[in-house]
Design a protein around this ligand. Structure first.
Ligand SMILES: Cc1cc2nc3c(=O)[nH]c(=O)nc-3n(C[C@H](O)[C@H](O)[C@H](O)COP(=O)(O)OP(=O)(O)OC[C@H]3O[C@@H](n4cnc5c(N)ncnc54)[C@H](O)[C@@H]3O)c2cc1C
Length: 493
């Protein structure tokens, strides 16, 4: 592997689906611009490298979760290893290899106005050795959660439990489930994916959830893609047409969910009841208290979780945990659920900008006290963009759009011979009046609610807002006038 240079024009942080997408777009749209991608892990993939629990898969279709420039061939909902293959193939096809540097953790980033450069501090994960690197532009593609620190709540009595307590983010390769009684804590996509995939091995599996979630039950095939494939047309066409159809369908579903949340809720719950049967108490276990789409709705291909419950392979308990005991978990109603192993599918810890300490000319940056510029850049922080994908539409739909925007910005700097640009909100946009990064009524999973105060704030109007809506952003982002005064430009090269 090549050595990490002392200087690179563009430093991309993170080699997950965002950082790899950013790199491929940069190569295509800013030809000749050198760049490095660093990641603290030993390989590419990000989320898909970290998550290796049985059955791990996407919960959105790969036509929209895949990039617009690389056709997806296969079932719409894909397992983790297939997504890893897709990312590896993309990296090879776009010759990203020489730009990728693994095992480097970015810990500090300091902007120097005099040199118009970022000087970043990196730690080599394996050796602990530190070094610095400078770059003109910093592109943060670090995702939204801590890969090394899963969210393991401090359950009372945790230490008294005799068996292992495992988080799916840290799945051990040698975990023996045969003949074991297993409790899976959680009601999200991870619990729903994991449970049917371990149910056959275990003696007993209990899904222990505090409150119900919505699930969308459907088949794992796309008829339109199958029909297009049968026409022997280029895969690029099939990808694009299928993508457009899916996006149109999803838009219609979001609109109906907004206007008639009860109707959509009923339809989703009926899909579950149809598998579990009329005698199952769906109201207690699968009727959420929130509106559909306030949290991501997991797509369950062929309703595998519900078939496992219907067969009697999985128990569902909706209750609060009182404490862990030596042989299981006691609920607040006083019932003991026996267990040999507990799997705590309890989500993530939010990581704001990769937990990197930023400063501008020696003044520390507190992102919670900054304005967002289009959900891409940060007020008064020069030459830095950050990738945060969509939470309701596939994450990657935004990777493509934000990459277009950043490449356009980089090309503008180059063409105008300038060395820096920085969002600078007007005085009328005050932090005191600013709104959170995402409104709770729009989207409010626990990990985001807990730490939302650390994220940049939204002002009153464009470009000081985080639109979070693919259908609006696909119109807005390409037409933003970079020279409308919201961005300051300077320096010369
Ligand atoms: C099991 C699972 C399934 C999912 N399915 C879907 C889905 O179907 N659809 C969807 O839209 N979303 C899904 N998501 C959300 C998912 O996280 C995003 O879609 C996407 O993977 C995020 O990609 P990313 O590259 O931005 O971040 P990540 O995948 O989190 O990768 C970030 C990378 O940056 C590196 N990094 C972070 N900080 C630093 C630092 N300081 N220095 C060096 N390196 C650093 C990390 O090591 C990591 O490799 C899923 C999430 C999970 C956990």
């Amino acid at each position: 592997m090549a050595h990490l240079p002392e200087y690179t024009p563009v430093l991309i942080v993170g080699a997950g689906i965002s950082g790899l997408g950013a790199a491929a777009h940069l190569k295509a749209q800013c030809p000749g611009r050198d760049f490095c991608v660093i990641d603290s892990k030993t390989d590419l993939g990000g989320t898909w490298l970290t998550h290796r629990y049985p059955g791990v898969r996407s919960d959105s279709d790969l036509y929209t979760y895949g990039y617009r420039f690389k056709p997806w061939r296969g079932k719409p909902i894909a397992e983790g290893p297939l997504i890893m293959n897709y990312l590896r193939d993309m990296s090879v096809e776009h010759h990203l290899g020489p730009h990728l540097f693994f095992g480097w953790q970015l810990t500090e980033a300091s902007w120097c106005s005099t040199s118009a450069l970022w000087r970043v501090r990196l730690t080599e994960v394996e050796s602990g050795q530190q070094r610095t690197l400078s770059c003109q532009f910093l592109w943060m593609c670090q995702g939204y959660y801590r890969h090394d620190t899963p969210n393991l709540p401090d359950f009372p009595g945790r230490e008294s439990f005799k068996g292992p307590i495992i988080h799916p983010q840290d799945w051990p390769d040698d975990l023996e489930l045969k003949g074991k009684r297993v409790i899976v804590i959680g009601s999200g996509a991870t619990a729903a994916t994991l449970i049917p995939n371990i149910a056959d091995d275990c003696e007993q599996v209990t899904m222990l959830q505090r409150s119900p979630a919505y699930f969308y039950v459907g088949g794992n095939r796309n008829e339109l893609a199958e029909q297009l494939d049968a026409l022997d047309i280029p895969p690029e066409w099939t990808h694009e047409i299928t993508r457009r159809q899916l996006l149109k369908d999803q838009q219609a579903l979001h609109q109906v969910a907004n206007e008639y949340p009860e109707v959509v809720a009923e339809e989703l719950i009926n899909g579950v009841q149809a598998i579990l049967g009329e005698d199952f108490d769906v109201d207690s276990h699968f009727r959420p208290a929130y509106r559909p789409w306030q949290q991501r709705i997991a797509y369950l291909p062929d309703g595998d979780l519900f078939h496992a419950i219907a067969r009697g392979d999985v128990n569902v308990v909706t209750a609060h945990i009182d404490r862990f005991e030596a042989n299981g978990i006691r609920t607040t109603e006083g019932n003991l659920i026996p267990a040999d192993i507990v799997i705590s599918a309890t989500g993530f810890q939010l990581s704001v900008m990769g937990d990197v300490a930023f400063d501008v000319d020696g003044v520390p940056v507190d992102f919670g006290q900054c304005h967002t510029y289009l959900g891409i850049m940060i007020s008064d922080v020069p030459n830095m963009a950050a990738m945060f994908g969509y939470l309701r539409t596939s994450w990657t739909m935004r990777v493509d759009l934000v990459s277009d925007f950043v490449c356009r910005l980089l090309n503008t700097l180059e063409e105008d011979g300038l060395s820096w640009c920085m969002p600078s909100p007007p005085e009328a946009e005050t932090i005191a009046d600013a709104r959170p990064w995402i409104a709770a009524e729009d989207f409010s999973p626990g990990y985001l609610r807990k730490s939302i105060h650390k994220m940049p704030k939204q002002g009153s109007d464009l470009p000081w807002i985080n639109l979070t809506d693919y259908y609006v952003e696909r119109e807005v982002l390409p037409t933003i006038d970079l020279k409308d005064g919201a961005l300051l430009f300077g320096g010369s090269r």
